[in-house]
Design a protein around this ligand. Structure first.
Ligand code: RB5
Length: 145
């Protein structure tokens, strides 16, 4: 998993954390698809959530990481797309369980709410953890009908 393409996107509130996580992903050996934003200028997070949804739908990446000030707005926007399961995580346990139980394909992090060390741990565990399937697959299927 760590070798595949990981997409990242943020608004201005998540921009600094996105930059730091791009470097971390590269250190882990990931190929990074950066969908913006590219500065601290104010932008609207739904646009970047939509870019992520399109990249996953097109098969340009399997998983993505979104960033805004809290991770809340951009995860709500991403979850408007039926094929996206975005999880706003604040610790490594949530990052593990959103993969193992919810088969989350997008991790959402808050640039203003969590520190870099926690964010890096969330990213690593999100990418390393496989979906458990079984009863969890049945529940996810009920959200896709
Ligand atoms: C932008 O100021 C901020 O509202 C946004 O990054 C995010 O936190 C929204 O959920």
């Amino acid at each position: 998993m760590l070798k595949s393409v990981v997409a990242v996107a943020s608004d201005h509130g998540g921009f600094d954390l996105k930059l730091a996580i791009v470097k971390y992903l590269e250190d882990l050996g990931c190929e990074v698809l950066d969908l913006g934003t590219n500065s601290l200028d104010s932008v609207d997070y739904p646009e970047f959530a939509n870019l992520m949804a399109t990249a996953i739908k097109d098969g340009r990446c399997e998983r993505g990481i979104l960033f805004c000030g809290t991770g809340i707005g951009i995860s709500i926007a991403a979850n408007r797309h039926r094929h996206i399961r975005a999880a706003n995580c604040h610790n490594v346990t949530e990052a593990r369980l959103c993969r193992a139980h919810n088969n989350a394909n997008v991790l959402a992090l808050g640039g203003r709410t969590i520190g870099l060390e926690v964010a890096m741990d969330c990213v690593r565990v999100f990418l390393q953890t496989e979906f458990e399937g079984g009863r969890h697959a049945r529940r996810i299927a009920k959200m896709s009908d």
